[in-house]
Design a protein around this ligand. Structure first.
Ligand code: FAD
Length: 803
C-alpha cells in the first residue's frame, strides 16, 4: 500500500513530522516540497531555540508536547535538561500551583520548588528575587533542524521524495478538489495537499481561496556573550530551560552563553505576502533585523534575575517570525472550500511531532485517535473570526498575553462588542455584566438584580473562583427555582436542516431516533466513526422535512455539511434569529396569557409554532436549568419586541415580576441537574457510555455513524464522568487524587445554590465512580475533599420539568 498521493508544502518541523508519520503508516506516495534548502530551509524551525515546556491548560496540547518529547528523545534530537518556571510575584506562585495541577491532570510529572531548590537547580538565579518554581523533569531543548533531518531521512528511506528549492506557486484544482501543486520546476499531481508552510500559510492557503486566520509576528531572541558563571562550560546545556513569565522572558544555555527570548515588546505583525524570498533575505526569510530598543526592558530584567549576566553583553539578536492565531491554538484539518486541501499550521516545535501524528491518523484513518482535536480544527471559527481585522487584533493581543495569567472566564477585551442579541439594549439597562462567547456579548449576571440579595445568604467562593462572580449569581439561580427568569440563549448555535433527504440524513448522523411526529424534540449526539462524541444536539422536527438543530458550534455545521447529500439543505440560522429561555415554576403563568398555544398540552420535549403577542415564535419545551419552561425563538428583527412583551407581562401581572438571569446562574442550575456541556465535560475522546449519555443512543434504530464502534466501546467502559460534592468551589481542569495518585480531572464546577453545596464534575476511573467514594481535588496549594454523589442532585424525579 502506498496510500493516496500527497504533497506536503513545507519541510519545517511540522512538514517533516507529517512525512515521517504518514510513511510510517504505509503512505509513501508522498512528496515534500520546500522553497528553501533542506533541512535548514529558512523557515521558523531553522532558528527556533527549541525550548519545550510541555504544560498547557489544554489537555490536547500537553499530550502533543509529551509525544514530541518522546519522539525527539528517540531521534536523539532532544536535550532533556528539564524545565523550570519561576515566580517573582505571589500571583505567579499561585499560577504555578495551578499549572502543577494541569500537569497532574494530564499525566506529566511536575514539582513545586522552594526558592532554595530553584537556585540549586539553576545556579544563575538570584535567590532573593524568586518566590518559588515549577520543575518539569522531562522538559528540555529540541534540536529542531536535527529533528527535521532525522524525520525526513526516515521518510526518505520509506520512499518519500523531498524536493528542496521547489517553490509552490499555485495549487491547481479540478471540480472543487485539489489536482496538483504547481512549482517553479513543474507540476506535481496530488490527491491531497497539506499546507505546512508556517508563516507563509495564509499565502499558500489563498491559492485555493481559503482564508487562514494566522498572523506572523516578530519575536525577539538574543544571545549574550560569555556569562562569567558559565565560563568553561563544555556541554551545550546543563541547567534546566528557564521561564520568567512575570517579565515575559525565557532562557536557555548555549555552552557559556545564554539565549534570551522576549514577549514583552510591542507586537510586530507582518503580512505573509511581505516575507522576503529565500534569495532576497539577508539571513533567512523568517529572520528580521534585531531592534535593540525593543529589548531594553528584557535586558535590565535579565540582569536583575540572573546577576551573572551583569558583566555580560548582548552580542547578537534577531526578530524572528512565527505564527499566532486568534485563540493560541493550531489550525488543523481540511479546507471547506476545496476537497483534499489540508492545513497543519501555527504549530510550535513543542507540539510538532504530536501534530504530525494527529494529521497522519486523520488522513489515513479518517479520524485522529491519539488526540482530541476539537480545539484545533481549522473549521472551528465563526465567520467574523476570520475577518482580517479580527485575526490581526487577536494575533497581536495573544502575542502580548502569551505568558499572562488568564482566568478561565476572562473575556477578550478587544475587538468588542462584536455580536449582540436583539435583547442587548435591555440587558444594558439592567446593568448586565457581559462576558463573551463566540463573539456574542453574553450576560453573566445583572446588576439590577441586587435587591434580590435581601434576605439571602449567598456563600462567597475563594479568591480565584470569586473573579467574574457576584453574589447576584446565587440570587438569580434561586429566583429561577422560585419564580421565573429570562435567559438569553441566542449564543447557542442553531442550524436548519430541510429537504426530502432530511430525515434519513439526521437518522444517519445522530444517535437518536428523530423520525417522530412533527413537534417532537430529540436530545441526541453526533459521533465520529470511532464512537467518540463530536457534539450533543437537540433536534426539533418543525415540519415533515424541516428540522431545527440546536448545536454547539461551527464544527457541527462543518460535520453536517461534509456528510450532506444533495437532497438536504443546511443553513446556519443563528445570526438571523434569537432565543430566550423562560424558565421557572411560574413560567406558564407568565407566558400562557400571551399566547394562543395551549402550553399545558405542550409536553416536555415537544415544540410548537405560536405567537407571543405580535411575535411569531417557535417554542421548544426544553430546559437546561431543570425548570418548567421553553426555549422561545424568533427572528432577530422581532427579538426586542419578544423580550419587551415577556418583560412587560411579568412586571404587570406576576407578583415579584420576572427577572433576567445570566450565565453564572445557568451554570449552577445546569450542574445541579447534571446536564453535560460539550467541549467542557466531554469531547471527541469520550464515548456516550463513559459520559453518562447512553440514554441518548438508540442502537436499535438502524445504522448511524459511530454505531459499530460503540457496540465494542459499550462493553469496555474504564472511566466515567462523575458528579462530586466538594468542600470548596473549584474552577475546572484540576486534578483529582485518590490518595497521592492523580486519577482524573475536573471538567465543570460551580456552587449549587438550591442544594447549598459546591459541585464538580470530573473524569474518574470507573472503579472509583461510585456514590460515597471520597477523593480529593488539587486546588492551588490545597486538597479539597470531594465525594462522588448520585446524580442528578436536584429533582431526580423530573417533577418540575414535567409539571
Ligand atoms: C525567535 C523564535 C523563537 C522560537 N522559540 C520556540 C521555542 O523555544 N519552542 C517552540 O516550540 N517554538 C518556538 N518557536 C516557534 C517555532 O519555531 C515555530 O512555530 C515552528 O518552527 C513552525 O514550524 P513549521 O514547520 O510550521 O514552519 P517552518 O519551519 O517555517 O516551515 C515552513 C516551511 O514552508 C516552506 N514554504 C513556505 N511557503 C512555501 C512555498 N510557497 N513553497 C515551498 N515551500 C514553502 C518554508 O520555506 C518553510 O521551510 C520560535 C519561533 C521564533 C521565531
Amino acid at each position: 500500500m502506498t496510500g493516496q498521493s500527497v504533497v506536503i508544502i513545507g519541510a519545517g518541523v511540522v512538514g517533516a513530522a507529517l512525512a515521517d508519520e504518514l510513511s510510517a503508516r504505509g503512505w509513501t506516495d508522498v512528496t515534500v516540497v520546500d522553497q528553501g534548502d533542506v533541512p535548514a530551509t529558512g523557515g521558523s524551525s531553522s532558528h527556533a531555540p527549541g525550548l519545550v515546556f510541555q504544560i498547557n491548560g489544554s489537555k490536547t496540547m500537553t499530550e502533543m508536547a509529551r509525544y514530541t518529547v518522546e519522539k525527539f528523545v528517540e531521534l536523539d534530537s532532544f536535550l532533556q535538561v528539564g524545565g523550570l518556571e519561576v515566580a517573582t510575584t505571589p500571583e505567579r506562585l499561585a499560577e504555578l500551583r495551578r499549572r502543577q495541577g494541569w500537569a497532574a491532570s494530564w499525566g506529566v510529572e511536575a514539582r513545586l520548588l522552594s526558592p532554595e531548590e530553584c537556585v540549586a537547580m539553576h545556579s544563575l538565579l538570584d535567590r532573593d528575587k524568586v518566590l518559588g518554581g515549577l520543575y518539569i523533569p522531562t522538559d528540555g531543548l529540541a534540536k529542531a533542524v536535527k529533528a527535521v533531518d532525522a524525520q525526513l531521512s526516515r521518510a526518505r528511506e520509506r520512499g518519500v521524495r523531498v524536493l528542496p528549492r521547489h517553490e509552490v506557486l499555485d495549487v491547481r484544482t479540478e471540480g472543487g478538489r485539489v489536482a496538483a501543486v504547481v512549482t517553479g520546476q513543474g507540476e506535481i499531481p496530488a490527491d491531497i495537499v497539506v499546507c505546512c508552510a508556517g508563516i507563509w500559510g495564509p499565502r499558500v492557503a489563498r491559492m485555493v481561496g481559503m482564508e487562514l486566520p494566522l498572523t506572523p509576528l516578530a519575536h525577539q531572541l538574543a544571545w549574550t556573550g560569555q556569562v562569567p558563571d558559565l565560563a568553561g562550560q563544555t556541554v551545550e546545556a546543563s541547567r534546566p530551560i528557564l521561564r520568567h513569565q512575570d517579565a515575559d522572558l525565557y532562557y536557555r544555555e548555549r555552552f557559556d552563553t545564554l539565549g534570551i527570548g522576549y514577549y514583552g515588546h510591542r507586537p510586530m505583525p507582518i503580512s505573509s505576502d511581505d516575507i522576503l524570498s529565500v534569495d532576497a533575505a539577508e539571513v533567512m526569510p523568517s529572520v528580521l533585523t534585531f531592534t535593540p530598543d525593543d529589548f531594553a526592558g528584557a535586558w535590565s530584567e535579565t540582569q536583575s534575575l540572573l546577576p551573572s549576566t551583569r558583566s555580560a553583553k548582548v552580542e547578537e539578536g534577531i526578530n524572528g517570525l512565527f505564527s499566532f492565531t486568534t485563540d493560541h491554538l493550531p489550525l488543523m484539518g481540511q479546507s471547506r472550500e476545496v476537497e483534499g486541501f489540508w492545513v497543519a499550521e501555527a504549530v510550535w516545535v513543542t507540539h510538532s511531532a504530536g501534530v504530525g501524528r494527529a494529521m497522519a491518523e486523520w488522513l489515513v484513518d479518517g479520524h485522529c485517535t491519539s488526540f482530541d482535536l476539537h480545539e484545533c480544527d481549522v473549521n472551528r471559527f465563526e465567520p467574523h473570526q476570520i475577518a482580517p481585522d479580527y485575526v490581526l487584533a487577536r494575533g497581536c493581543q495573544n502575542y502580548v498575553e502569551v505568558y499572562d495569567i488568564i482566568h478561565p472566564l476572562q473575556p477578550m477585551e478587544h475587538p468588542r462588542p462584536l455580536r449582540t442579541s436583539p435583547f442587548h439594549p435591555r440587558q444594558q439597562e439592567l446593568g448586565a455584566l457581559f462576558l463573551e462567547a463566540s463573539g456574542w456579548e453574553r450576560p453573566q449576571w445583572y446588576g439590577a438584580n441586587e435587591p434580590l440579595l435581601r434576605g439571602r445568604e449567598i456563600p462567597a467562593p475563594g479568591d480565584w473562583a470569586a473573579r467574574y462572580w457576584s453574589p447576584i449569581v446565587g440570587a438569580e439561580a434561586q429566583a429561577t427555582r422560585e419564580s421565573v427568569a429570562m435567559y438569553d440563549m441566542t449564543a447557542l448555535k442553531r442550524l436548519e436542516v430541510s429537504g426530502p433527504g432530511a430525515v434519513a440524513f439526521l437518522q444517519r448522523l445522530t444517535t437518536g431516533d428523530v423520525d417522530k411526529s412533527v413537534g417532537s424534540v430529540t436530545y441526541c449526539l453526533l459521533l465520529d466513526t470511532d464512537g467518540g462524541i463530536r457534539s450533543d444536539v437537540t433536534v426539533a422536527r418543525l415540519g415533515p422535512q424541516h428540522f431545527q438543530v440546536g448545536a454547539n458550534g461551527n464544527l457541527d455545521l462543518d460535520w453536517l455539511d461534509r456528510h450532506r447529500p444533495a437532497d438536504v439543505y443546511l443553513r446556519d440560522i443563528t445570526p438571523g434569529t434569537c432565543c430566550v429561555g423562560v424558565w421557572g415554576p411560574k413560567a406558564r403563568e407568565l407566558v400562557q396569557p400571551l399566547t394562543t398555544a395551549d402550553l399545558t398540552a405542550l409536553r416536555y420535549f415537544r415544540g410548537t409554532r405560536a405567537y407571543i403577542g405580535n411575535v411569531p415564535v417557535t417554542m421548544l419545551r426544553l430546559s437546561y436549568v431543570g425548570e418548567l419552561g421553553w426555549e422561545i425563538y424568533t427572528t432577530a428583527d422581532l427579538g426586542l419586541k419578544l423580550w419587551d412583551t415577556l418583560w412587560g407581562a411579568g412586571r404587570d401581572r406576576l407578583p415579584g415580576g420576572v427577572i433576567a438571569a445570566g450565565r453564572g446562574a445557568f451554570t449552577s442550575l445546569r450542574l445541579e441537574k447534571g446536564y453535560r456541556s460539550f467541549g467542557t465535560d466531554m469531547t471527541f475522546e469520550h464515548d456516550p457510555y463513559e459520559a453518562g449519555l447512553g440514554f441518548a443512543v438508540k442502537l436499535d434504530k438502524g445504522d448511524f455513524i459511530g454505531r459499530d464502534a460503540l457496540l465494542a466501546r459499550k462493553e469496555s467502559v474504564t472511566r466515567r464522568l462523575s458528579c462530586l460534592l466538594t468542600d470548596e468551589v473549584v474552577m475546572g481542569r484540576e486534578p483529582v487524587y485518590d490518595g497521592d495518585r492523580a486519577v482524573g480531572h475536573v471538567t465543570s464546577a460551580a456552587y449549587g445554590h438550591t442544594i447549598g453545596k459546591a459541585i464538580a464534575y470530573a473524569w474518574l476511573p470507573a472503579s472509583l465512580a461510585t456514590p460515597g467514594q471520597t477523593v480529593h481535588i488539587g486546588y492551588f496549594d490545597r486538597r479539597v475533599k470531594a465525594v462522588v454523589a448520585e446524580e442528578p442532585l436536584f429533582d431526580p424525579a423530573m417533577t418540575r420539568l414535567r409539571g
